[in-house]
Design a protein around this ligand. Structure first.
Ligand code: ATP
Ligand code: CA
Ligand code: CA
Length: 424
């Protein structure tokens, strides 16, 4: 936020950035339609397309109210193939990204990146550093190879890499899958690395209605872990292991597992409570209860889950957590609650409450080779090397994996008895 109270990124008002992003992506995807579909060739990964957007418009671009800018699309053909692999049609991609304003997320990370979500909650836009964009470019061929061989993965799905250029500034960003639909009131969120060094949510973060908590918070709140049916547990761990091997092979570290927890039993309680409240309140006209309509924009209870259309047709249509780990579960099939997006991984907490987990690996654009060497030698001298977050990639992956397989997720010996969800 600058002196005039305007939200900025690299001294650019973010509203202008958002408009430019939408214009740029719209033009880029539209322009691709004239290029015939074909297999991806090695040289496609190195292509960078640049289009100039003068405010008065041009034969390629519409007129706009921002400053003149340039918009770069990295590896357009390669990313088109990639989107296609995940069943994302160009029209749908454009509708999601360009048709309605994006919303800005407050980022609990320390890097200062900006995050936007599309209005339909399907995609996330994250600004990345120069080095991260370079790294993704170099990573693309190998990454594509992996994803083509194995679509069942919890690795982030990158759908585009772009750069907005204006007044000598470069703002690079990626478009990726949104793991946590913001219209669903998740009860808990965790960003887990398997490290315990300083892995606690800040006071500022904890003050939010649904903070993103970290490893130490998880151990405190779920000392017994999250309990999964045996088959589901094995599918999840196997997927994570495979993904970790890929990350390690690219010398990637500092990634996290993002876990969103939706507590079905708690949600049911909240719902009946808010129904009882609105029934007994004379002033209520069926609208949101004003007492819950506080300024921190937390979802209004009981209202957050019913915005007309069913989630089944709106969210996670590209790949759900259950699909990503290639698991099936009777429990998941029995849950036809239209309040929650499909494909959450069924689990229970120690109190026996029924949970649905939404998860995926995030923040994978840090390569040890590029940047961490110095940091590692320096920190290793002062802090016990076993618990610091910055470590050799293989150690990082191993520690990550063992934390997930033993502390975060637990296998329950017998099938979880989820009672079928109540019909409304
Ligand atoms: P740092 O490098 O300081 O860890 P960062 O700016 O690189 O932070 P990330 O670690 O990628 O940011 O993400 C920060 C937070 O943003 C995550 O903890 C999570 O809450 C949210 N987030 C990131 N990626 C996604 C995603 N694909 N879907 C949903 N939420 C996400
Ligand atoms: Ca991170
Ligand atoms: Ca990061």
């Amino acid at each position: 936020v600058d002196d005039a109270g305007v939200v900025t990124y690299k001294k650019k008002p973010t509203s202008e950035l958002m408009q430019a992003i939408q214009l740029g992506i719209g033009q880029s995807i539209g322009g691709l339609s004239s290029k015939p579909e074909r297999d991806v060739l090695m040289q496609d990964f190195a292509v960078v397309e640049v289009v100039f957007f003068p405010s008065e418009g041009s034969n390629l671009t519409p007129a706009h109210h921002c400053s003149d800018f340039r918009f770069k699309t990295y590896a357009p053909i390669a990313f088109r193939y990639f989107r296609d692999l995940f069943g994302i049609q160009p029209e749908d991609f454009m509708l999601s990204l360009c048709d309605e304003p994006l919303s800005e997320l407050s980022n609990p990370g320390a890097s200062g990146s900006i995050f936007y979500t599309t209005h339909d909650d399907e995609f996330i836009i994250k600004t990345v550093q120069h080095k991260e964009a370079d790294f993704l470019q170099k990573l693309l061929p190998g990454y594509f190879l992996n994803i083509s061989q194995n679509k069942r993965t919890l690795l982030p799905k990158f759908y585009g890499l772009y750069c907005y250029q204006c007044g000598g500034k470069n703002i690079r960003f990626v478009v990726m899958n949104n793991l946590l639909p913001s219209t669903v009131k998740l009860h808990e969120k965790y960003d887990l690395k398997g490290s315990t060094y300083k892995r606690k949510a800040s006071k500022h973060e904890r003050a939010k209605s649904v903070p993103t908590r970290k490893d130490l918070d998880f151990l405190e709140l779920h000392s017994e872990g999250l309990m999964l049916e045996r088959d589901t547990y094995e599918a999840l761990i196997k997927t994570l292991q495979r993904d970790c091997r890929v990350l390690e092979s690219f010398k990637i570290m500092d990634f996290s597992l993002l876990v969103g927890v939706y507590n079905l039993d708690q949600a049911a309680k909240e719902k009946s409570k808010s129904q009882a409240q609105s029934a007994s309140s004379e002033t209520s006209t069926g609208g949101p209860d004003p007492t819950f309509n506080s300024s921190d924009a937390k979802p209004v209870r009981g209202m957050s889950l019913s915005r007309g259309k069913s989630f089944k047709t709106r969210i996670g249509q590209y790949s759900t957590p259950m699909e990503s780990i290639q698991a099936n579960s009777d429990i998941a099939d029995k849950l036809d609650d239209e309040d929650v997006p499909p494909g959450g991984i069924p689990a229970k907490n120690i109190r026996g409450e029924r949970l649905l987990l939404y998860l995926g690996i995030i923040d994978i654009l840090q390569s040890y080779r590029l940047k961490k060497r110095l940091e590692h030698t320096m920190k290793a001298m002062v802090i016990d090397g076993d618990t610091i977050s910055v470590h050799r990639p293989s150690f990082y992956a191993q520690r990550f994996m063992s934390f997930m397989a033993t502390q975060v997720f637990k296998k329950v010996p017998t099938a979880l008895k989820h009672s079928p969800s109540k019909k409304k």
